[in-house]
Design a protein around this ligand. Structure first.
Ligand code: C5P
Length: 423
């Protein structure tokens, strides 16, 4: 998550969701952050401070008047923190923040802070809906100093359902990473495609490929953390939608094309960049059968051990005639060239077999043919389904070779190049 070197002041206030702040602290630590825990008196009724000091390795700050603390606690914490997280934020905390109170450490800290402050409200839905709470929320939004994340619809402690449940810890951590991230894609709309496509032959069978969708999902996740609005059009994958990303799930190449064109807009101006990481199937069965195609094979083995179906004349076996799918990226590259524009920045992928030289050569050809800005080239056997890969970034002018690295780092390399091109 790349939070190393960052410091988060984690203020825990008195809601039953306080136990989830323990998980937030753990995830922040795992992502490399330093976590300074702050607890209100009522938070301590729900969770022990030893839990937070144990997980964070830091002393828990709670009493502003603690004589053993040298200096001004709220000012020092505000200066040390890159971001303040209020997890969970109760109705009372929101009210007190809206009023600008400073009579406990959390509120005084927020008033002293000049960096980002993220609140994750949690309360019973009736408390959230109350006009007093809503007025406080409005005040906070108008002041623009505090970002509210959640609450979300779901089950609350009482077992009832409604809007009041705290956002999930993983999602809160992603928001915090975005709050302290480079922000170099802020205000940009990045469209990403990912995964394979499945081309239906009948209701049960399809033509597809082995793409896992990891690369595209990581590009989408990292683009969100770097500040972008992200639309991810994904083929069938076994991955969850990255937090904060709008994922549209599709099956076939033609569905993917429709959704990508919708995301880019008629004039291609609704997005700043398209990263085409999907392994789009080049062919589909010419005919999709609506009924399952029956197998004609005999299942018994003859005495020699050969499968009897091997001996069925090939004319009796079902034939799949193929039709060519549209080349989505080439079509978009052509439309952009026709409009003589430079947006969206177009990034293609080339997944090939062969030696290093031929892979780079294919990528060069592909970049020119598809009229895209750069192509990410890699070996199929070094990449498909793996967490690491070795890539070349191939543009008109340059070929940059990189060593084997984590796909999350490759995603950042691609986005670095995008940022350079977006200017
Ligand atoms: O020609 P090839 O399939 O190797 O090109 C790979 C690049 O083109 C990838 O970025 C892929 O997403 C895109 N592509 C496409 N439509 C296709 C096939 C590939 O957009 N039908």
């Amino acid at each position: 998550m790349h939070l190393s070197g960052k410091t988060v002041a984690l203020c825990v206030t008195g809601s039953i969701a306080a136990y989830k702040a323990v998980e937030v602290a753990r995830l922040l630590k795992k992502a490399g952050a330093r976590v300074l825990p702050v607890m209100t008196a009522s938070a301590a009724k729900f969770v022990g401070d030893v839990t937070f000091s144990g997980i964070t390795g830091e002393r828990v700050a709670s009493d502003m008047w603690d004589p053993s603390w040298k200096g001004e606690m709220h000012i020092e914490l505000a200066q040390a923190a890159d971001v303040i997280a209020i997890v969970p934020a109760t109705a009372d905390t929101l009210a007190r923040l809206a009023q600008g109170r400073a009579d406990d450490l959390t509120t005084a800290l927020v008033l002293s802070a000049r960096g980002p402050v993220l609140c994750a409200p949690a309360m019973h839905p009736r408390m959230w809906e109350h006009p007093a709470t809503q007025a406080n929320v409005l005040t906070l939004l108008q002041q623009g100093r505090v970002e509210l994340f959640g609450p979300v619809m779901g089950e609350v402690a009482s077992g009832e359902r409604g809007v009041g449940r705290m956002a999930e810890p993983e999602d809160i951590v992603v928001r915090l990473a975005r709050a302290v991230g480079p922000g170099d894609l802020r205000g940009r709309h990045v469209v990403v495609s990912a995964g394979p496509t499945h081309e239906a032959w009948d209701p049960v069978r399809f033509l597809g490929n082995r793409s896992s969708g990891k690369m595209g999902h990581l590009v989408a996740a990292r683009a969100f953390i770097r500040g972008a609005k992200v639309t991810l059009v994904s083929g069938p994958v076994a991955l969850p939608a990255p937090s904060g990303v709008h994922r549209i799930s599709v099956e076939s190449a033609r569905e993917m094309q429709i959704e990508l064109l919708r995301a880019l807009g008629d004039d291609l101006l609704s997005a700043d960049a398209l990263v085409m990481a999907a392994a789009v199937a080049d062919y589909r069965p010419q005919i999709t059968h609506h009924e399952k195609i029956k197998t004609s094979r005999a299942t018994s083995l003859d005495p020699s051990g050969a499968n009897v179906s091997d001996t069925i004349p090939s004319t009796a076996l079902p034939m799949v005639l193929l039709a060519e799918n549209p080349d989505i990226l080439a079509g978009i590259g052509e439309a952009r060239a026709r409009g003589k524009g430079t947006r969206p920045v177009l990034v293609g992928f080339a997944l090939e077999t062969g030696n290093d030289e031929t892979i780079v050569e294919y990528a060069r050809k592909k970049r020119a043919e598809k009229r895209v800005d750069f192509v990410v080239a890699n070996h199929a056997n070094e990449s498909i389904g793996k967490d690491e890969t070795r890539v070349w970034l191939v543009s008109e002018e340059t070929v940059d070779a990189f060593p084997v690295m984590d796909k999350a780092r490759v995603a950042d390399l691609i986005l670095d190049e995008l940022v350079r091109r977006l200017g």
